[in-house]
Design a protein. Structure first.
Length: 146
């Protein structure tokens, strides 16, 4: 039983950050697509986001995710620090408020001093993180793992 539980945990962690859109086709060489309605465990989701990420659109913009903190840096200077919470099924407030932007996938919520932002993960693997800030104009963000 322990071996099965361990294998399940490893597989969940490995696949949690892949593209979870059920309408996408799998890249046969490097990535598997998983369709789900309830989402992976929140702890596994948080683990997949840990580390430093550099914006593909602006090389001076980086993210650092450490435990439940998300730090935004511009030109090496800290510009924003938020707390993050995982929402594996994108069903809690504020994510559930705009279901038109949501598809099968998982979300994380950034909580700042003055605002709360839901973000839906589009793609995440060992090299790239791509997510959309729900409700934001031009809210698509793409990062490369550092």
């Amino acid at each position: 039983m322990l071996k099965v539980l361990t294998l399940f945990t490893i597989l969940t962690t490995a696949f949690a950050c892949n593209n979870l859109n059920s309408h996408a086709s799998a890249d046969q060489n490097s990535q598997t697509t998983i369709s789900q309605t309830t989402g992976p465990d929140a702890t596994d989701l948080l683990k997949t986001l840990q580390g430093r990420w550099q914006s593909a659109q602006d090389a001076t913009y980086t993210l650092e995710i450490s435990d439940t903190k998300m730090r935004h840096f511009n030109n090496g200077k800290l510009t924003l620090e938020t707390d993050i919470e995982m929402d594996g099924s994108c069903s809690t407030s504020p994510c559930a408020m705009d279901s038109t932007d949501l598809s099968d996938g998982w979300c994380f919520i950034e909580k700042g001093k003055e605002d709360v932002q839901c973000n839906i993960i589009i793609t995440c693997d060992k090299e790239f993180l791509k997510y959309k800030a729900i409700g934001a104009a031009n809210g698509l963000l793409v990062f490369k793992k550092l």
